[in-house]
Design a protein around this ligand. Structure first.
Ligand code: ADP
Length: 515
């Protein structure tokens, strides 16, 4: 698709020029269609600019260079997209599940065939290292395949009737048009996990991707078009941070939208839920976390260190299931801190597209500011920095991988999600104390613990107030398993056999007058 993929992240200015030239030549090959898609929104099967022609820049966080100017859409374009999605819904819901499944599989296959390009785009706009971007594409696209299969298994019920003259049934129907708002940290997978389920169920969607990473969303639309997903079924409205609230408001308040599915901060999730009340929309919310990662005295410390590093530094610490607070029991505390520091020392920080880089930049300088604030606050209150603890000269979005010991509950890092490469380590004595600390938050997304004591494993797995728990394992994400939080981490399940239910209504039908 791009002549020289390597150029994408490296020579973004040059690439933008190439894209512009290709776009203006309006040739009909897939190459030009893709380049066109990278600047415009995607509504009713057409690549469209903002009505007033305005754009916003998408920059590479590793070097600040411009990758592309993208359409800065607003309420009008969002309403138009909803109208088209509502029209398309009338046809899409009547496709047989098998026909929808075939189209989704085709889409999946095309994306898999182009996974390297999707990964390059992802690293260029998000900054995560290319190895992780590749994994995200495999993970994200797997939801399209999974839900293509699930589409064929949306069973209803025939009930044993209570009445002789009646027959009772349950059948499942798509909810309708879905407004989907996605984050920048896992832009491909968070979009496809929702869109795969929605389209499989027979819903149509209007997606608002995050302002930092709209290109990943637009790129998958290009492949949906190539797969023959009908116009209006999948729409993407792009906008800058300035217009996110305006676009979101239309999605939440327009009566033609039946459901809002959101992944992002708890703060924004609450705004969206409030806005969805008047039209009584279905909502799914995948919100923030504050995951505890507990290492008990009986744990295999090496495995715990490896697990902590893998989960904490994935996406440079910017995932909602990232361990935010490490709690380590007294007898293994020093050993854990020492071994952890030795592993963290080995990170090679740099541009995610460079060979050898093992930790990329954060999404932007604001994200770095937050990590730095947490570090300074922890140090002021008695935390001891074992490694890192500073901004890096590589660029404003870089921060050194950091480990701080002697963390206490008064520190901001215990109460807020850091979303960065900072590992704060708390010492505890008793299991009860660890559970109290772990559960002392309004968040309840993921939790992890390492222990070899089977009694303890059952107790802690049951008592951690989270939607997902990793036991001697920190890589818990999988297509077939339920992803979702409790408390203020959200509502609803994504992925797994339950994910499609979020996009279906159960209708009860009662046939009477039978003899
Ligand atoms: P983060 O703090 O991680 O960026 P946000 O919740 O702010 O998380 O962003 C996640 C997504 O929500 C992005 O697509 C962003 O543009 C969008 N967003 C932010 N604020 C609003 C809002 N008021 N209404 C609708 N969408 C919003």
């Amino acid at each position: 698709m791009f002549g020289n993929i390597k150029m994408f992240g490296k020579l973004s200015h040059k690439l933008v020029n190439i894209l512009t030239v290709r776009c203006s030549s309006i040739c009909k090959s897939s190459r030009s269609a893709m380049t066109l898609s990278l600047g415009n929104g995607y509504i009713n099967g057409k690549w469209v600019p903002a009505e007033d022609g305005s754009t916003f820049p998408v920059r590479n966080p590793a070097n600040g260079k411009l990758i592309s100017e993208v359409a800065d859409m607003r309420a009008n374009e969002t309403t138009t997209a909803v109208e088209h999605a509502a029209k398309a819904f009338k046809q899409w819901k009547d496709y047989t599940a098998f026909d929808r499944s075939k189209l989704l599989k085709k889409w999946y296959t095309i994306m898999v065939n182009n996974q390297e390009e999707l990964a390059q785009i992802l690293t260029a706009e998000n900054g995560k290292i290319i190895k992780e971007a590749r994994k995200e594409i495999v993970y994200g696209t797997s939801f399209v395949e999974w839900f293509a299969e699930e589409a064929k298994r949306v069973y209803g019920d025939v009930l044993p009737s209570i009445f002789k003259s009646k027959r009772q049934l349950h059948f499942k129907q798509p909810v309708g048009v879905c407004g989907i708002i996605t984050p920048w940290n896992v832009p491909n997978a968070m979009m496809l996990r929702k869109v795969g389920a929605a389209l499989a169920a027979g819903c149509t969607v209007v997606v608002k991707p995050a302002e930092d990473t709209p290109l990943s969303a637009l790129a998958v639309c290009h492949y949906a078009e190539e797969a023959g997903i009908p116009a209006g079924v999948l729409n993407v409205v792009t906008c800058s941070e300035k217009h996110a609230a305006e676009v979101g408001k239309v999605l939440c308040e327009n009566p033609k939208v039946s459901k809002i599915s959101f992944t992002g901060s708890t703060e924004t999730g609450k705004i969206l839920m409030k806005q969805s009340v008047d039209t009584m929309k279905r909502v799914s919310m995948e919100l923030g976390g504050n995951a505890a990662f507990i290492v008990f005295n009986s744990a295999d410390v090496d495995a715990a260190v490896a697990g902590a590093v893998a989960a904490k530094f994935r996406g440079t610490g910017q995932t909602c299931i990232s361990p935010n607070r490490l709690l380590v029991q007294d007898q293994v505390y020093d050993e854990f801190c020492e071994k952890l520091t030795k592993v963290v020392e080995k990170f090679v920080v740099g541009d995610g597209l460079d060979d050898g880089t093992t930790l990329g930049p954060l999404i932007n300088e604001k994200a770095v500011d937050k990590v730095d604030r947490h570090v300074k606050d922890a140090v002021e209150k008695g935390g001891k920095v074992l490694i890192g603890g500073e901004r890096l000269a590589k660029g404003p979005a870089f921060y050194s991988p950091t480990v701080i010991r002697d963390i206490n509950q008064e520190m901001a890092v215990c109460r807020e999600e850091t979303f960065g490469p900072l590992v704060p380590v708390i010492k505890f004595k008793e299991e009860k104390e660890a559970l109290l600390i772990a559960n002392s938050t309004r968040m309840g997304l993921a939790g992890y613990f390492y222990s070899q004591d089977i009694q303890q494993i059952w107790r802690v797995a049951e008592d951690l107030e989270v939607g997902m728990v990793g036991i001697n394992e920190s890589a818990i994400n999988a297509t077939n398993s339920a992803f979702g939080g409790i408390k203020e981490s959200g509502l609803g399940i994504e992925g797994s056999k339950y994910g499609i239910d979020e996009y279906l209504n159960i209708k009860y039908a009662c046939f009477g007058g039978l003899h």
